[in-house]
Write a protein that binds this ligand. Structure first.
Ligand SMILES: Cc1cc2nc3c(=O)[nH]c(=O)nc-3n(C[C@H](O)[C@H](O)[C@H](O)COP(=O)(O)OP(=O)(O)OC[C@H]3O[C@@H](n4cnc5c(N)ncnc54)[C@H](O)[C@@H]3O)c2cc1C
Length: 395
């Protein structure tokens, strides 16, 4: 019987990566990449940064030009939603009918969390996830004078920086007592807080937004994301705060994998399982899936890629290598926006490194955290002075 090949649901970062990587690994069976958005698969990070600022043209967003897909014999179906998965019959359904699969990859991503807003604000309230969201927000921003942002997480703050740079009056409402409270160290929050205030952003900490009295031309909700798991859930695939995957990205259904923002699984960098929203995670998980599908069945090492993430606000680049579990101790070197590094240790082993404007430490941390590398202790760091020096000495 002919191999019905691999069907990929979701043509975003992970979906595109899996398709491209399958061909790179020599996979010859059919590949069908199905996305419900009308656009060629594109990168999302610029949507809150250079693209929203008008500094990056729309034709620079796609990962690859249109011709890439027929060239690689990848059938790209855009503007088409997958509405059902039948894991017993090994088919998926779209408005165009049913399609059989040998392997299925679910890469449906995440969706912005929403909260109810009063009717009078509805048509000026925005979230930011897709290219269409960015186009709508960008058009509204151009005409607006006052912007209210709900939530001081990465996306809210990146939009705040973009709007402030464009000369808008920006107010950010954050319920916690510091910005980035859930994701970054207090010293990072303090340094970025000062930079936002310097740019004129009115940061309201310990303050939830009161929609009834809110008077702004635009309201942006930046209150986190939820996994898009409904399709998998309805198909009976195990989900719990994300589509549950094992260390090889396998779901509870045979030959069905999941990757990226929609998936929750184990990593050596976290106890239990975690759902990560980052480019690195989407790419590395997709690569591991492609390796298995294209492989000859020999054992493949479980997922152990070093997690990493970045955020650009003004001229500042925040970078995180590793993950920061509860209960770590930390060492800080440097101050402020230009070169600060915070090293996190669990049981005297380096587990994560946060930097502001210090790409060299970030890269060294990623290398030193790689599987098989000898652990770095606080004493190693102290003796060498930096991770860059530790790395150099061990090479
Ligand atoms: C504004 C913004 C800024 C970001 N900045 C950074 C950053 O600086 N650094 C970083 O590391 N990460 C950043 N991220 C996160 C990063 O872009 C995501 O983690 C990554 O895109 C996840 O890839 P994914 O393939 O899992 O999901 P996505 O790229 O979201 O792709 C999922 C796709 O599946 C489609 N889909 C969903 N359901 C169906 C269905 N039933 N049928 C067909 N298609 C479907 C969706 O419409 C979407 O196109 C940012 C994200 C956003 C939105």
């Amino acid at each position: 019987m002919a191999d019905s090949g691999t069907v990929i649901v979701g043509a975003g970062q992970a979906g595109y990566q899996a398709a491209a990587q399958l061909r790179l690994k020599g996979y010859t069976a059919p590949i069908t990449l199905i996305g419900d958005e009308p656009h060629l698969p594109y990168q999302q990070p610029p949507l809150s940064k250079a693209y929203l600022q008008g500094e990056l043209a729309g034709d620079r967003l796609p990962f690859r030009p249109e011709a890439f897909y027929p060239d690689k014999d990848i059938e790209l179906r855009l503007g088409e939603a997958v509405t059902a998965i039948d894991t017993a019959a090994r088919t998926i359904t779209t408005a165009a009918g049913q399609l059989a699969y040998q392997h299925l990859i679910i890469a449906t991503g995440g969706a912005p969390r929403r909260i109810p807003v009063p009717e009078r604000l509805e048509d000026r309230c925005f979230t930011l996830k897709t290219r269409d969201d960015a186009d709508a927000l960008g058009a509204a921003l151009a005409k607006a004078e006052t912007i209210a942002i709900v939530g001081a997480g990465f996306i809210g703050l990146e939009v705040a920086a973009t709007a402030a740079k464009a000369g808008k009056a920006v107010t950010v409402y954050e319920m916690q007592d510091r910005i980035l409270a859930r994701v970054a160290s207090p010293a990072v929050s303090a340094a970025l807080d000062a930079r936002h205030r310097e740019a004129g952003v009115d940061l309201r900490l310990n303050e939830g937004v009161d929609f009834d009295s809110l008077d702004a031309d635009i309201v942006v909700l930046g209150i986190g994301g939820v996994p898009v798991q409904g399709l998998a859930e309805t198909a009976g695939i195990g989900c719990d705060g994300g589509i549950l995957i094992d260390a090889h990205m396998r779901t509870s259904a045979p030959d069905v994998f999941a990757a990226g923002d929609c998936a929750r699984g184990p990593t050596p960098f976290w106890e239990g399982s975690i759902r990560l929203e980052s480019v690195q995670n989407a790419i590395d998980q997709a690569n591991l899936i492609a390796e298995q599908i294209a492989g000859d069945g020999t054992d493949i090492a479980p997922y152990q890629a070093v997690p990493w993430f970045w955020s650009d606000q003004y001229e500042v680049k925040y970078q995180l290598a590793g993950l920061i579990p509860p209960g770590t101790t930390h060492v800080q070197k440097g101050e402020g926006l230009d070169g600060m590094a915070i090293y996190h240790f669990a049981d005297d082993r380096l587990v994560a490194c946060e930097t502001l404007g210090n790409g060299a430490e970030h890269l060294s941390a990623r290398r030193l955290l790689e599987h098989g590398s000898a652990p770095v202790s606080p004493a190693d760091l102290e003796a060498a002075g930096s991770l860059k020096a530790v790395f150099k000495a061990r090479r």
